[in-house]
Design a binder for this molecule. Structure first.
Ligand SMILES: *Cc1c(COP(=O)(O)O)cnc(C)c1O
Length: 404
């Protein structure tokens, strides 16, 4: 006896569900076996029923069907659909890493002689990309203080094509007024691109604030467990079409295995981010009451100078916080070395809490003068708060403090 099953139920319309529900259930591409988990299509290419079908697939007559995994892959597509829904963007395009997403946006939307404005405190490799490689190929790049609206305005030129920023900044938690900066960009005929890796769409949705393109390093919170490298851009279909064309030609696309890991990551992202942010807020409040702490940088503290701005564009305050201990490099290193649970690493966005000394790692290449200007002190420590029990984290911080 065969059991009838209702294909309609298995592929039900999800157009009216909440984004968190779509992140859990959206974008399924089931095989006839109707598996519950998302299948991983580990294939470089696809076969056709006939020469006619192959020809129609290659010519585009059949739409965007799968012909080769540098072009499309069903597992990668599920990840893209879920991420686009969370960011409230028309379309997402997955890439091999966060850096290749930034690179692909620049290469597909800019041309020789275009001008790009970049906020001063961005991820180290992003600065190398703009400063070393983009300039070498004839793009003009200028840097602007993230929170200085007049500086963004004043730096615009007739050939300004892109604005690029991260908010809140790393590691000092300066907040960009995304609504205002998007208006300045648009008045100058430029697009605003926001690296939303620290916040994720659970905390901040830059496209709803006026940004045109969102960038992700999926390597961080989207995976959330330190397994894979990946990235994505999200935005309007007209821009994503350019990006797709570039990626299909050059090839830094996402592997189906990594896409499968990331799409599982998106299913739990809302739960993880709420837990990360709750612990980060508690730790920031606790740290700011300790005598041996000079200053805490976290937008969730009510005395953060941009607390209200952060509240107006974020639902939570993020999982990354920084603080200065009393003393210099030696005190900071003693604190770091005295912790027992925290991982000493420059990485972030993991279930495991990480601790970093920016002045000698992530920002180690800056000159002393540049560090001073950027506010990266020798006594500064950055934490990406994980999912361990909050009391164990406090105990580890206590060990750090008592070593100073
Ligand atoms: C890690 C990171 C990137 C780069 O991402 P990869 O996946 O390592 O290429 C870009 N921006 C920010 C803010 C990051 O933290």
């Amino acid at each position: 006896m065969s059991i009838e099953w209702d294909a309609g139920r298995l592929n039900s319309d999800l157009s009216d569900v909440a984004q968190d529900t779509f992140a859990v259930r959206g974008g399924q591409h089931r095989t006839p076996e109707a598996e519950h988990g998302e299948p991983m299509f580990m294939t470089s290419s696809y076969v056709f029923q006939s020469a006619e079908q192959a020809a129609a697939s290659f010519s585009g007559e059949l739409g965007d069907v799968n012909v080769y995994s540098r072009y499309t892959n069903p597992t990668v597509r599920v990840f893209e659909e879920r991420l686009a829904a969370l960011e409230q963007g028309e379309q997402a395009v997955a890439t091999a890493s966060g850096m290749s997403a930034i690179y692909a946006v620049v290469m597909s939307l800019c041309s020789l002689g275009d001008h790009i404005l970049v906020s001063r405190s961005v991820f180290g490799a992003t600065i190398s990309l703009f400063d070393k490689y983009c300039k070498r190929f004839g793009l003009e790049v200028d840097y602007v203080e993230l929170d200085d609206l007049n500086a963004w305005k004043a730096a615009c030129k007739p050939n300004t094509k892109l604005f690029f920023l991260e908010s809140p900044s790393n590691p000092l938690a300066v907040v960009a007024d995304i609504r205002a900066i998007s208006q300045i960009a648009h008045a100058a005929g430029a697009l605003l691109m926001v690296d939303n890796c620290f916040c994720t769409p659970i905390v901040q949705k830059p496209l709803t604030l006026g940004a045109d393109i969102v960038i992700h390093s999926a390597t961080k919170f989207i995976d959330g467990q330190g397994r894979c490298l990946g990235g994505a851009a999200v935005g309007r279909a007209e821009h994503m079409k350019e990006l797709t064309g570039f990626l299909r030609t050059i090839g830094p696309t996402m592997s189906p295995f990594n896409a499968w890991v990331f799409l599982k990551g998106l299913e739990t992202l809302h739960v993880r981010m709420k837990a990360h942010c709750q612990s980060a807020l508690e730790l920031a409040q606790w740290l700011s009451q300790q005598d041996k702490i000079e200053k805490v940088y976290y937008t969730g503290l009510t005395d953060h100078p941009q607390h209200e701005l952060a509240k107006s564009q974020q639902t939570l305050f993020g999982a990354v916080l920084s603080f200065e201990v009393k003393g210099g490099r030696e005190a900071a290193w003693r604190f770091i070395n005295a912790t027992r649970i925290l991982s000493i690493t420059s990485n972030l966005g993991d279930t495991k809490t990480t601790i970093t000394h920016p002045a000698t790692t992530t920002h180690g290449r800056l000159s002393d003068e540049d560090k001073r200007q950027a506010g990266i002190g020798e006594n500064l420590i950055r934490i990406s708060v994980g999912l361990e029990d909050i009391n164990d984290l406090k105990n580890d911080f206590e060990r750090g403090l008592s070593s100073i």
